[in-house]
Write a protein that binds this ligand. Sequence first.
Ligand SMILES: Nc1nc2c(ncn2[C@@H]2O[C@H](COP(=O)(O)OP(=O)(O)OP(=O)(O)O)[C@@H](O)[C@H]2O)c(=O)[nH]1
Length: 838
Amino acid sequence: MAAANQRASGMRGAANGAKASSSGTRLQVVDDEQRFSDELPEYMEHRWGLADAGFDYNVVAVFGSQSTGKSTLLNRLFGTKFDVMDEGNRQQTTRGIWGDRGSDAMPVLILDVEGTDGRERGENQDFERKSALFSLAIAEVLIVNMWETMVGLYNGANMGLLKTVMEVNLQLFGGRREGRTLLHFVIRDHVSPTPLESLAATLRKDMDRIWAGLSRPAGLDDAQLGDYFDLKFSSLPHKLLQPERFEQAALVLRRQFTDHGSRDYVFRAGYKRGVPADGFAHYARAVWEKVVSNKDLDLPTQQELLAQYRCDEIAAAALGPFREALEPLRPRVGAGEIVDGLGKAARGARAQALGSFDEQAARYHAGVYERKRAAFVQTLDGELHSLALNQVKNALSWAGERFAGESHKALEAAAAAAGAEGGEVAAEHSFSAVVGGVRQRVAAWFGAVVADLEIEDAAWTLGPEIKHMNAMLDAATDKLRAAEMDRALEQLRQGAQDTLGETIGEQLGSPGAAMWASVMGGFDAASARADAQLQRRMDLAEVRDAAQRRQLEQRLHRGVWEDAVAALREETTDQMVLLKLRGALEERFRYDDAGLPRVWRPSDDIDAQFGQARAAAQALLPLLTKIDTSASRVLPDPIAAGAGSFFPAGFAAERSLALISGSRARELAKRFGREADALYLEAKRAMVTTQNHVPAWVLVLLVVLGWNEAMVILFNPLYLVLVAMLGGAAAVLHQLRLWGPVLRAVNGMLSMANDHVHELLVEAVHRTEPVAAQGPGSAAGAPARRAARRVRAAEDIELEPLGSSGLAGGSASGSGSGSASGSGSSSSLRLQDGTDPQ
Ligand SMILES: Nc1nc2c(ncn2[C@@H]2O[C@H](COP(=O)(O)OP(=O)(O)OP(=O)(O)O)[C@@H](O)[C@H]2O)c(=O)[nH]1
């Protein structure tokens, strides 16, 4: 077995040089090259199942010379399987420090320590001191194993080593160490008649002597051995010579380690190191490293270090499930969802994590635990705060949308209700009532979301988010109010436009001197009504700021004014103005005072009538060129914009008055003149047509006188054929619609003939001029003047086009001379029969 153990000792762990046994549950905690095993935590947890034992476990170590049956004793007491030296090959069996758990679920961690005085180590006592010091520091019970024959010996009983170890122990772990250590002396091969008490007394004296001779650190001068150690003594018979008694005594001794009820039960509460099982591995390593480095070590400080380490470990372990619990919720919140029950889940995960932390970490150094707990809480709450803020952000966004959406709907419903009530907004449909109601609902919903996320003892609160939400709702309300006022302005403006448009259409439809007074009266009434309604709408919408109210009033006034101006401009387009002027002209010229259409007779003074009617129509044009606001009681006089004015600053109030520019007015006057001329000619034609009507008796006379000629034609084949041909040609022309070109050709021929006659006449007049010069009263002069008038008339009649500007100027004088009195007027009349209308 020793060989096997050697082989085991010879193996080097890849990580730390220490190794586990190839069989069983033993672990070489410290190898013979003083390296501490990395596997101890794993053994504590899985192989030995001690990690969850809390404080309910014990640590036992053994101290003694090499090959004094230490492993044999431990195996008997705890059912372990530490290697025991082969009888036939006496050499060191245990190298380094081995650990194992007691059998039968005994919650005892046993450390089998390499024996002292080993041949293999020689003079080098370094390891045996360190291992002894380590055992003394971490074990509650240190079994000091020795042969009976060693009792009383100083070196043989390892008293020298024990002294050194106790001395260093005092220096390293002195002062404030917690828990004493039981030094359990087990005397082997007790075969002499010397009673155990006697042997114990000897050893106790040796211990006192050692203690007295210790060099103590400052402050520990009065420290007693009993302050640090309890001493207990047992003996066992010779294993080889008295095997049965040995086994029985070993069983009795075992009960001292297993029987809680036994009076000799060795594990007392006072020996506890205060290290929970799950922190033991770390603690043991820290002690070993301190022992190896031999630096100053304060055990409570070490416990603090341990506590820090363990608390961090526990916190990290508790953080895992905490994050796992919240992990599915994070992406949902990140995607903008408002996760139902997030607060509950968060609080649950937090409580679980803290509970788990408290359960394990509370066993450690109180100060460290409190600090670490606070840090852990901070970590948890930090993550929860971030999650909560994201949820609140989503809720905020949703609250904003919901507020805007519901408010819009409610306002539209209110507007519809107001429409049904004839535009009057009832208080319950007012902006403040409608939006206030929605806001209350949204705020309550948001408050519930926030309340769900609050954590009672968290360092943060979501109060600022409520403020944020209120600010957001304030801003959204302002926006809605502005939109509501825009809508109100639009409605009021529309209402004003409807009534005012009617007045404007009516007044400008038949313009007159009182037109502007009526229009302005309508404008004043519409403005005042709209203003009164605006005041009410502003009150209902809680627009309280005076400047804001003034601004809205000005916007309304400007809007109503602009609509009025737009309507006026529509009424004063070129077409409309010409229509109005023509209408005015026709009304006076074509209709009589009774409103009946005139039928012109030769006796009528058509020129005078025309002149008066045209003058009256032309007088309307200046009236339409500019809005006359002088009759308005509402509009400022002079009309202006700016602070305190009816119109907002920047509005070109004065310019808005102009309807028709000067150049446009002149152009319109020309066009109207031409249209008037056409009307005049039409009237003239109508009179000529009346005048040229062929009387019935002429027709009768024509039939009577032409009877013979008709008979001649009828009964003369030549004439008949000729008439038939002419009739056929006329029918063809009519069918082919060629009368137009034919008539134009005839006209051309007539025109040429006319020119020729004209020349002849002029020539004849020139030849008769000397006769006419004899005096106006001469008989020969009268036909010549008539001929001359005919010539001038003929000249005038030929001039085209009809109705040039000369008519507007010349004829406006109302001279009554038919064709503008020939005073340079280009207005002419071509009569098909070539006669002068006068
Ligand atoms: N005489 C005697 N021999 C014993 C007793 N117990 C064990 N032995 C023998 O002593 C030898 C050494 O026993 P171990 O248990 O290996 O001793 P150890 O102290 O563990 O040895 P190391 O681990 O090498 O220091 C073995 O051969 C045992 O059989 C005992 O009580 N009396």
